[in-house]
Design a protein around this ligand. Structure first.
Ligand code: SF4
Length: 427
């Protein structure tokens, strides 16, 4: 078994200066992660302890299916709670008891903190312990914060998965190496990756988060950790503290990104390059063909990224290298240098990088540059469209299946479509 193999790439933006800004920000909060996490872990329930604002955010972001039993809800903190007139812990226990008696299918219950629960200093960690003592082994109760204070929306997934890490069983001492793919992926993408890893001969393979609460992966020094999402700093740190070895790879966006991501895993498991090339040949070819149809429309177009999803750097790398787009500014809420090192190395040298936000100043830079397309949060999209700029909602890139060979064309199309729409409107 070979050790971790570093990528052989140019230095790109590895040592590039980064404009660091701390000012007014325009982002969604971590509750947003519930929108995709509740679909991923199919027997989990997310109970937000929050306000009506939190409930509105979730309902509008996730949509409400009238005939389906939802797997998220908000326990509203009202004026009596805020005024300290009611015992919030008693109320919470009552709500959880009601919920679990109505929904025997729940195996994992997350108490999700919010700005209001933090304001009244409700100790959800203690509440989760107290409730777990009553509900285990049938239901495990955990907690994390989705509060909007000092976070961006993808950190909700990081906080959720970090809360799960201490629950992962320890690996046997003599365990054979296993591959742990970390970060929520759409089921269809996960299934495609599973087929590719299996064809490569990597069969001791698990995904985190799992689809069911009982399928928690075991973790230890034999675990090779491959991040599928770039916003999992705390989760990766906790897994590494449990002995897992992180594989450094670009994120699996586009044909090149997916190829390099798979290759790092294959090499760490000692898979011969010839086997690797054979396994990926057909899907890689399909991805290249799919990209070719969008390249003509996108090459030479100038793109500006506002910081929002933390996917910005890998996306920028994909757009620049595989579609020939020009990067005017790539903003990201947080720049995790070691997790993003392989993507940074692949970015065109001289790319303007920024971390954090000072909204008005960044808007001024964007207006001055007049990019062809702006990737930004929902709150900025409409005003920018009104100013004549073409926008792409960054949150759509988190909700859509975009990773892997088979999705490379769809990912390119997500950028081509707004440009085509603008073109039709202006003709
Ligand atoms: S957690 Fe905070 S930022 Fe998020 S919806 Fe609730 S009040 Fe708003």
């Amino acid at each position: 078994m070979s050790a971790v193999i570093p990528l052989q790439v140019d230095t790109g933006c590895s040592d590039a200066p980064v404009l660091r800004e701390r000012g007014q920000r325009e982002v969604f909060c971590g509750l947003t992660g519930i929108v995709w996490l509740h679909r991923k872990i199919q027997d989990a329930f997310f109970l937000v302890i929050g306000s009506r604002t939190c409930a509105h955010l979730l309902q509008s972001a996730a949509g409400v299916m009238i005939f389906a039993e939802p797997r998220f809800a908000t326990a509203i903190i009202d004026e009596r709670d805020l005024a300290g007139l009611a015992d919030a812990n008693d109320e919470l226990d009552r709500v959880v008891q009601q919920l679990l008696s109505r929904r025997p299918d729940i195996r994992l219950l997350f108490l999700v903190g919010s700005c209001p629960s933090e304001v009244i200093k409700l100790d959800l960690a203690r509440a989760a312990q107290r409730l777990s003592a009553r509900t285990l082994p049938a239901v495990r109760v955990l907690n994390y914060s989705g509060s909007g204070i000092e976070t961006t929306f993808t950190q909700g997934e990081d906080a959720c998965l970090a809360a799960l890490v201490p629950e992962l069983p320890a690996q046997a001492v003599d365990a054979a190496p296993n591959l742990l793919v970390v970060g929520s992926l759409a089921d269809v993408v996960e299934d495609q990756f599973k087929r590719l890893f299996t064809a490569l001969g990597i069969t001791k393979l698990q995904f985190f988060p799992p689809r069911h609460a009982a399928a928690l992966p075991d973790v230890g020094p034999a675990t090779r950790l491959l991040l599928a999402q770039p916003f999992l700093a705390d989760t990766a740190r906790l897994l590494e503290a449990r002995g897992a070895q992180r594989l450094a790879a670009p994120f699996p966006l586009g044909a090149e990104g997916t190829r390099l991501w798979l290759q790092v895993a294959a090499r760490s498991f000692g898979i011969a390059d010839s086997v690797f090339e054979q396994v990926i040949a057909a899907p890689m070819q399909r991805a290249r063909q799919a990209l070719a149809t969008h390249r003509a429309r996108l090459t030479g177009k100038r793109v500006f990224f506002f910081p929002d999803s933390q996917l910005e750097l890998p996306l920028a790398r994909f757009l620049a290298r595989e579609l020939g787009m020009l990067l005017t500014e790539v903003g990201t809420p947080y720049l995790h240098r070691s997790h993003l090192a392989p993507d940074l190395a692949l970015l065109p040298a001289g790319t303007t990088l920024s971390e954090g936000q000072d909204l008005e100043r960044q808007l001024d830079r964007c207006r001055a540059l007049q990019p062809d397309i702006v990737v930004c949060g929902l709150g900025l999209a409409n005003p920018l469209e009104a100013e004549g700029l073409t926008t792409k909602w960054s949150i759509e890139l988190v909700f859509s299946p975009i990773q892997g060979f088979e999705q490379a064309g769809d990912l390119a199309e997500l950028f081509a479509r707004p440009l085509l729409r603008r073109q039709k409107l202006t003709v």
